[in-house]
Design a protein around this ligand. Structure first.
Ligand SMILES: [Zn+2]
Length: 155
């Protein structure tokens, strides 16, 4: 629909479709964060600053990605505060490369720009098969839990 309107140079229609896309994206982020906050007592988020893969994105894709991420964080912050859900932002350095099972960075783990295409890998140290994103998420959660374990006074 957008392409048709753009080809027809229908500026009003293009603007309306862009607004609809924006609203749909926002609505999806709202539904996602609402469910996350409802289902969890603790949410640990890796603090993405500038991921190297964004270098390969077009500026438009990057700004769209950044805006979505910023909005996701913004919503999590106020929704968690409201619902009494704990939100932790942690440094996510090496969480993609580190094996969540043996905690080693093996030669086979995804690294650098070449590693961006690797969606799954086997740890050369312990032999565990990892989905890239799930492994990183486990490591991010572990960093958050470690921080809480240090911060919580013993009973
Ligand atoms: Zn391992």
């Amino acid at each position: 629909k957008l392409a048709v309107a753009q080809r027809a140079k229908n500026k009003k229609r293009v603007k309306a479709i862009h607004a609809k896309i924006k609203n749909t994206r926002l609505d999806l982020i709202h539904k996602f964060t609402a469910k996350l906050v409802k289902d969890n007592a603790l949410i640990v988020v890796g603090d993405i600053k500038s991921r190297s893969f964004t270098n390969s994105m077009t500026n438009l894709a990057k700004s769209t990605y950044d805006a979505g991420w910023f909005e996701l964080k913004r919503q999590l912050e106020y929704k968690c505060k409201h619902a009494g859900c704990q939100l932790e932002m942690v440094n996510e350095s090496y969480t993609t490369q580190t094996c969540s099972y043996c905690h080693k960075i093996s030669d086979s783990s995804p690294k650098g720009r070449a590693g961006l295409r690797i969606r799954g890998w086997r740890c050369a140290e312990c032999g565990t098969w990892h989905d890239r994103d799930i492994n990183a998420a486990k490591n991010i959660l572990a960093v958050g839990l470690d921080r809480l374990a240090v911060g919580i006074p013993s009973v």
